[in-house]
Design a protein around this ligand. Structure first.
Ligand code: HEC
Length: 134
């Protein structure tokens, strides 16, 4: 198989087509094979949010999708915010009052140190992700 490839490359080379070292390959007829597109599609807002939620934001340590642990479940938060048409992103910037469990707000408030450094896009991502959990 290897030898066959070498031969093929050689043939291609001698024909003056694409060099072996280059990424562009040719089929046995010498026609360029279209490169598989590897352009990384930009993350959707929701996926960016999920990544932040489980990564940098460390939100997942206190919020699980379906169960209350330290903080309310994402489902519970999403339900409340959807019903009240409130903005999670504003809450995370410290610009809106807690509506889910105000008695525990002090624990959540500590996280604003992280969320306040996030860009609008990142906050929107967190919001989109949380609201997508139903
Ligand atoms: C140390 C635990 C902890 C971490 C980490 C944490 N939370 Fe919370 N979160 C809580 C608690 C407790 C509450 C309930 C208090 C409240 O409702 O404000 C809460 C409530 C919330 C609420 C509802 C606020 C409201 O209106 O009442 C949102 C939205 C939220 N968290 C998002 C996040 C996001 C996003 C992150 C990550 C950046 C995060 N949390 C990280 C503990 C945490």
């Amino acid at each position: 198989m290897k030898n066959y490839r070498k031969l093929l490359c050689l043939a291609v080379l001698t024909l003056g087509f694409v060099s072996c070292g280059e990424k562009k390959e040719t089929d046995p007829m010498g026609n360029p094979i279209e490169e598989t597109k590897t352009t990384t599609t930009a993350l959707s807002s929701k996926d960016l949010g999920k990544e932040l939620f489980e990564g940098k934001g460390m939100c997942a340590t206190c919020h699980k999708p379906d169960a209350k642990i330290v903080g309310p479940s994402i489902k519970e938060i999403a339900k409340m915010y959807t019903e009240k048409k409130a903005s999670i992103s504003m809450f995370l910037q410290g610009e809106a009052d807690p509506i889910v469990d105000p008695t525990q707000f002090e624990i959540m408030k500590a996280n604003f140190a992280i969320t306040k450094t996030m860009t609008e896009e990142e906050l929107k991502g967190l919001e989109d992700y949380m609201l997508s959990i139903k």
